[in-house]
Design a protein around this ligand. Structure first.
Ligand code: SF4
Length: 79
C-alpha cells in the first residue's frame, strides 16, 4: 500500500508533506504533488501535516478521489 495525494493539492502545492517525508518519495508535478507508491514506506508522517487534507492511505481514499490512486502511480517519476 501507499499514501496518495488527491485533488485539494491541485494548484495549491503547499508542500508541507515534502519536508516531513523520510524517504523523499513526494514529487512535484505541474499542478500538484505526487507520492511514488514504489518508494512510499507507509509511515503516515505526511498525512497530518497537509493543510487541506489532500493525503490519504490508499485504502482510505474517498470514492470521489479514487482516480488519484492511478494518477499518483502513473506520474513520470525520475528514475
Ligand atoms: Fe513519505 Fe511516509 Fe507519506 Fe509515504 S506515508 S509519502 S513515506 S511521509
Amino acid at each position: 500500500m501507499a499514501y496518495v495525494i488527491v485533488s485539494p493539492c491541485i494548484d495549491l502545492k503547499d508542500a508541507a508533506c515534502v519536508d516531513v517525508c523520510p524517504v523523499d518519495c513526494i514529487y512535484e508535478g505541474e499542478r500538484q504533488y505526487f507520492i511514488n507508491p514504489e518508494e512510499c514506506i507507509d509511515c503516515a508522517a505526511c498525512e497530518p501535516v497537509c493543510p487541506v487534507t489532500a493525503i490519504f492511505a490508499e485504502d482510505a481514499v474517498p470514492d470521489a478521489e479514487k482516480e488519484f490512486i492511478e494518477t499518483n502511480k502513473n506520474f513520470d517519476y525520475p528514475a
